[in-house]
Design a binder for this molecule. Structure first.
Ligand code: NAP
Length: 291
């Protein structure tokens, strides 16, 4: 009887001290946050992060980022979260090398690592590339080089800069790096050669990061086929001239479209529970099936 009581008390103590991630102030950076999934991720972070957190959002449109910040503050108020988080807009064009070099500096400007217990970097921004061409239709090598530059080059640079910044503090910060991936890394879809190979490059790059940096938590998250984003609309309205009259979207009828808010919530759930193996590729639908 006495032993049961002691074990129960011990379990209670463990549960009280068991922490989800991000219960302390966190520095978050989200790319492509002026609309679509990136906006929803920034809003969800604002609703869940601790008082004193800073969320740096990047994209080209300052107006879009300002709107995201407005919506994020509103969501935090609606969920009655105590205290404030700062949401800063960092306009930058990640297709330009000079912007890639300076973006992280602007994201952390005026912040000290000692203010935070965690840093999270979410690589959400990506482009589709030309989805009307088959592999053998490409003729201009510069088009291909440009695609990979825009979609891949910023990942290692921004990651290295953030990890250096985290290390520059005296305190020990947890670092989490997330790539927004796609089911297309393992499923060939006609017309998606640039997109899928770019996503596959990002996935394996972060898997290598996980192998090289065991103290960094790394995740490749495929958000599901999203509902109503600009990318989803391009995908929906681009006729598949390649082998049928249907659009690529109409051919992808097997999976239900996912609202960005749901996918962002699922991502935050994964990150907070912190149970994935670093470097894993996890799909929105995998998580639903597990729960
Ligand atoms: N849509 C889907 O069904 C789907 C499915 C699976 C995976 N995903 C992935 O989910 C992520 C988000 O997709 P989404 O549908 O939300 O995309 P989206 O609607 O096209 O939004 C892309 C974001 O990236 C920003 N952006 C575009 N070009 C940029 C540049 N040169 N430099 C900096 N930022 C730039 C855009 O803002 P600005 O125009 O203001 O720069 C926007 O905020 C992507 O990684 C995508 O591959 C999407």
């Amino acid at each position: 009887m006495k032993l049961t009581f002691i074990l129960r008390q011990a379990a209670r103590g463990y549960m009280a001290s068991a922490k989800h991630k991000f219960q302390e102030p966190t520095l978050a950076v989200v790319t492509g946050a002026s609309q679509g999934l990136g906006r929803s991720i920034a809003i969800e972070l604002a609703a869940q992060l601790a008082d004193g957190s800073v969320i740096a959002t990047t994209a080209r449109s300052k107006d879009g980022l300002d709107e995201t910040a407005k919506m994020a503050h509103e969501e935090r108020r609606n969920r009655n979260k105590a205290g404030e988080v700062e949401i800063r807009a960092v306009p930058s064009d990640l297709s330009k090398s000079e912007d890639i070099s300076t973006t992280m500096q602007s994201c952390v400007k005026g912040c000290a690592p000692s203010q935070f217990s965690s840093a999270i970097l979410i690589f959400n921004f990506a482009t589709l590339g030309d989805i009307t061409k088959r592999v053998c239709d490409f003729r201009d090598p510069d088009e291909i080089a440009r695609y990979y530059h825009v979609n891949v080059s910023h990942l290692p640079v921004l990651t290295g800069q953030l990890l250096d910044w985290c290390k520059s503090g005296e305190g020990k910060m947890d670092a989490v790096v997330v790539n927004i991936s796609s089911v297309s890394v393992s499923k060939p879809v006609v017309g998606m050669s640039l997109y899928s190979s770019g996503k596959a490059a990002r996935d394996i790059m972060l898997k290598v990061l996980a192998a090289e940096s065991p103290n960094v938590r790394v995740l490749n998250y495929a958000p599901g086929p999203l509902l109503g984003t600009r990318m989803a609309e391009t995908f929906r309205t681009t006729p598949n001239k390649l082998h049928t009259t249907k659009s690529l979207y109409e051919e992808d009828t097997t999976r239900t479209r996912v609202p960005c808010k749901h996918s962002a919530e699922r991502l935050l759930q994964l990150l907070r529970a912190d149970k994935y193996t670093s470097g894993d590729h996890i799909d929105y639908f995998d998580i639903q099936n597990e729960s």
